[in-house]
Structure formats: C-alpha cells, structure tokens
Design a protein around this ligand. Sequence first.
Ligand SMILES: [Zn+2]
Length: 336
Amino acid sequence: MDGLAELHTHLGGSVSSDILWTLAHEQGIALPVKDYWDFDRLVTVSDPRGVPNLDALDQIYHWTELIQSSPLAVEVSVHAAIGGAYRSQQITTLELRFNPMKRNRGGERDLDHIILAAIRGLDRASLEYPQVQAGLIRMMDRTFTARQNEIIVEKAIAWASRGVVGVDIAGPRPGGVRYDYRSVQPMVEDARAAGLGVTIHVGEEGGDMGREELAEVLEVLRPDRIGHGILAAGDEELMRDLKAAEVVLEICPTSNLLTKALADEDAVRSVFRTFVEHGVRFTIATDGPEMMHTHLRDEFELLLRIGALTQNELDEATVRSHEASFVRGGFRAARV
Ligand SMILES: [Zn+2]
C-alpha cells in the first residue's frame, strides 16, 4: 500500500501555529501574548527537554482547544491537518481525534454544528486530496460526567455515516486516583454495536496504577487499539493478553519522551524490543505533529537511529497501521 498511515494524532496538536495564530485573531480571542513566536511557544512543546508532566501538556491543549472552539475554526483545523499530513508526509490513511465538547465553550456553541463543521473540513480535504482516506475519532474525557461522555458517543454514532469512525477517552485522572474505566463501558458497547472502532488512551504513565488500568481496559472495554500502552512492556501477563486479543498499540515515541512517560532513548528502545520479542502489535504515531514538533518520518528516523526497530520492522508497522485503521475497516480479528 502506498503512503504512510497515522492513527494517533489529536486535532489540538495537528494544526500549525501560523494557522492557529490567524484563527485566534479572526475570532477575536484574547491571547496572553502579542508576538507570534511567543504564541508558537504557547501552543507547542517548544522546549526540546519537553514538559514536566501531562498536566503541563494539558495547559498547552487548553489554548489550541480554545482557538478551535467554533465551527469555522474546527473546519479549518480538520482541513489543514489532513492536507498537511499528505503534503508533508504523504500520509494516505489518517485518523484525527478530538473532543467536540471541549470545543463548544461549555455548551455555548451547538455541538452538532461543531461536529458538522469537522465533517465539512473532512469533505473539503477529500476533494483536494482524494488519495487520502481520513476519519474522525470522537473523544470522551476522564474529567467528564457519565452523561457528558454518553452524549459524545451518541453524537459519534449519529454521525458515523459521515466520517466518524471511532471513539476514545483521554484527559487527566480526576483527583489523580485510578480511573474507573467501567464507568464508560455502556458507551463503549454502544459504539462497538454501531460499528465504530474503539481505541482507549491507557498505559501511558502512572506506574502500577497505569498497569492496573490497562488490565481493566483490556478486560472490560475490549478495545481494538490502545493509545500508548507502553507500560505493558514491563508486564508478561499484560503482553500475553494484548497479543491474544490482537490489540494494536498506537505508540508515540517523541511524545513519550517529551512528557517524560519514557525517560530516555534507551527506554524507548527497550519498550519496542520487548514488544517485538513478545509479539505485541503496534503502530507508530506522533500524538500531534505540530504540537510535538515531530512528523511521522522523524519518528521512523528516531527509531532506526537508536536501534529500536529495523527498517523491515518499521515497514511492517506501516502496513499494520493501514490495516488497523478504522477508516479502512480494520478492527480486532476477535470482533468479526
Ligand atoms: Zn494521545
């Protein structure tokens, strides 16, 4: 299959700073900075040493989500992200994920209008880049109430015929305590029954607590894919279960380094070698190329340079990425 595939990229991290800068001004959003380069530092992980933790990353997302909180901005953002991915990286299979309820100013904007604007951006990109197959993943949030997450999934199902291909959940753990993934089990079951793909952010950080969450997600939510899941690399049982369930991990190496989820390149190499040795399936992604200042090919170069994967293993990951994409109908074998 020609072209690359990227399955894990957030809309809030996929739009270049210059486009966000113009969008912010067009909409009269009050920004804390007046200089473009200060703005660039505000909306990206600009320090090569990264951010202290995931909370610091959420601070950056706060700005990109605020700027994307209108129908116009969502349409422009989706269109720009798809076109940019094809022009810069020849990505022909792309899944973009975002939470529409973090883009409607706390209910001030009509949620359906935001969603339809994203679909319009997708349609316009399809017209300009017919080589690209792109889809949208709707994200629930761990800080949201059950009802809020329910609405997000209801809307995902309602718009499934128009390019919404899957559901996900992310966001900080409320109170810093272990998140109870069973609370979203009914929503995930509904999404699956409606033919949507299921990918879940879990096992990115949090040590033993993160590993417990991963085990619970595997058992209770039975996802097709997992966002990150790198904590499984230290756990024989989790790796056995991931392999048996044919779950595909979406691993974002640079993002993991920038957020300190992985300490250094040695840790990145170790995670990949462990997964290869244990037959755990994975794909490579950026988490958000603009925010992370990295693109898919930069990730490939990093993994080759540090000896995490061979060229052959990278090529296999690309094929797997296309195959595991919800846009192309790739779901866990166990489901069909
Ligand atoms: Zn992510």
